[in-house]
Design a protein around this ligand. Structure first.
Ligand code: FAD
Ligand code: NAD
Length: 448
């Protein structure tokens, strides 16, 4: 028999779990389907943000790798348990372990671990199935003992002496520094001519120099041709500046982006459409092309951050229980940070993007070594760069590579959201000694 629910959430991710809890406070019935009992709470707490930051921190504290891995395990187990009970203990929520596949627009089959299957229907369905690592099509590149993603890298039984990382983006850099701090020899390969894709080049160059100074090898403009894993090691063949080279490692970590989890959801049995990049197509209210089906989080192709999935929840909640005014169209200011040391944080446009958009800009720059607090922290590395609209004096974007930038960037984002002029940040009274007081100096004089 097919049971019908008021609400079905597919995937126990950030947006979905927050929505389920909220719906329960409204006395609505919710079925939450999660394919793995090791994933209650989703990517962030189990295999993403929190375990990676815990490992980064324990590397800086000189905790041995295997002990740090085990502490990470304890932390995620506690968080998972807390997340499970946060939903399962609600009288109107049922958590069902199993893999969901759509049979039709509102009917879903759930295959449980024991092989049995149940069929359910939802008046409203919220897809929150996240994303999975992209494994580039390179000869020999297949996940296994020698080729891992960020998930397996955080549970390796021993520290690899020689670690190769394919991809110099968010995961690549955070994991490079992390493994370096535990004592691995790390080499990053990226096919672009700078790390971190569309970051301000001045900041990306400083990051690369600082990584190199800490002993990490950075191989830019490198295209992997093939990889050859054996029982003992893995050989990587790559082309760089027209030359083919070969290096041996113990483990290769693939960090070349993540794609929305849509491939085995049975969407071909529905009228739910996908974008060209394989994400679920949604409108500004996160509605799919099927009435009463929404998609939240990484699966809808938006920026892949936990706080965006949370904001997706706010949009859906506002539509169901508010005035429906909140949409992705207001999402013009999304800050983000890469948690290296010092952290690298950005919001809005780079100088090049602003100029390409036809803006007349003022450009402000300040080196972090002029900031008293940086001296106090004893880390004077980095740069502040801000792009301002010459006509309105509003900030169009900023990049901060400096201590505490993950906090500072939120102030810039607030100024952008509130349409404040750059002079407001320049003339504010800031506490001392702080990194924030650098805004007094940053905005004094645009560079010529
Ligand atoms: C190593 C790493 C570090 C990161 N660090 C940060 C960070 O510092 N800050 C930040 O903001 N973001 C970070 N992210 C990104 C962040 O984790 C994701 O953007 C976020 O977790 C996505 O959440 P979500 O709501 O889309 O779904 P997820 O949390 O991914 O949840 C999706 C859930 O759906 C389940 N599922 C999938 N398919 C099915 C199915 N067919 N049936 C049933 N269940 C299914 C999955 O098992 C999973 O539990 C990091 C990611 C990684 C990998
Ligand atoms: N601090 C954070 O907020 C944080 C941390 C980790 C992950 N995340 C999220 O997870 C997502 C996935 O992270 P990611 O690091 O995998 O992706 P990413 O998009 O940040 O970086 C991917 C990198 O791989 C490179 N690349 C792609 N294909 C390649 C190839 N064939 N050969 C060589 N290089 C290649 C790209 O040039 C890019 O530098 C991020 O986009 C981010 O949204 C966020």
């Amino acid at each position: 028999m097919t049971k019908r629910y008021q609400n079905i959430v597919v995937g126990f991710g950030k947006g979905g779990k927050t929505l389920a809890k909220f719906l329960a406070t409204q006395h609505e019935e919710v079925l939450v389907i999660e394919q793995s009992n090791q994933m209650y709470g989703g990517t962030c707490i189990n295999i993403g943000c929190l375990p990676s930051k815990n490992l980064i921190l324990n590397g800086q504290r000189n905790v041995p790798f295997t002990e740090a891995v085990s502490r990470r395990g304890e932390m995620t187990a506690q968080l998972r348990n807390k997340n499970y009970h946060m939903l399962a203990d609600e009288p109107t929520i049922t958590v069902l372990d199993g893999k969901a596949t759509f049979n039709s627009n509102h009917q879903i089959s759930v295959r449980k671990a024991d092989g049995t299957e149940v069929t359910v229907e939802g008046e409203r369905i919220f897809i929150n199935t996240g994303a999975q690592p992209i494994i580039p099509n390179i000869s020999g590149l297949q996940l296994g003992k020698r080729v891992v993603t960020s998930k397996e890298a955080m549970t390796l039984p021993s520290l690899p002496k020689r670690l190769a990382i394919l991809g110099g983006g968010h995961i690549g850099l955070e994991f490079a520094e992390m493994f370096n701090s535990y004592g691995s020899g790390v080499t990053i390969f990226d096919h672009h001519d700078q790390l971190l894709g569309r970051t301000e080049p001045e900041a990306a160059k400083l990051v690369a120099n600082d990584l190199k100074a800490s002993g990490i090898h950075v191989e830019l403009n490198s295209e992997l041709q093939s990889v050859h894993p054996t029982d003992h090691d893995i050989t990587i063949n790559y082309r760089q500046n027209g030359q083919i080279s070969e290096q041996e490692f113990d483990v290769l970590l693939v960090a070349t982006g993540r794609r929305p989890n849509t491939s085995d959801l049975g969407l071909e049995n529905t009228d739910i459409e996908l974008t060209k990049r394989g994400a679920i197509e949604v409108d500004q209210h996160l509605k799919t092309t099927v009435n009463n089906v929404w998609a939240l989080g990484d699966v809808n192709g938006g920026p892949q951050f936990t706080y965006i999935s949370l904001d997706d929840f706010r949009i859906v909640k506002d539509q169901l229980f508010g005035d429906g005014q909140r949409t992705t169209a207001d999402r013009n200011v999304v800050p983000h940070s890469t948690f290296i040391t010092p952290p690298l944080s950005s919001v809005g446009m780079t100088e090049e993007e602003a100029r390409q958009a036809g803006k007349k800009v003022l450009v402000f720059k300040l080196m972090a070594n002029s900031i008293p607090k940086a001296r106090v922290i004893e880390d004077q590395r980095g740069i502040f760069k801000a792009i301002v609209d010459q006509d309105s004096h509003e900030i169009l974007g900023a990049t901060i590579y400096a201590e505490e930038s993950h906090e500072l960037i939120n102030t810039i984002a607030l100024a952008m959201k509130g349409h404040l002029s750059y002079e407001m940040l320049r003339d504010m009274i800031y506490t001392h000694p702080t990194m924030a007081e650098a805004f007094n100096d940053l905005f004094k004089q645009p560079v010529k």
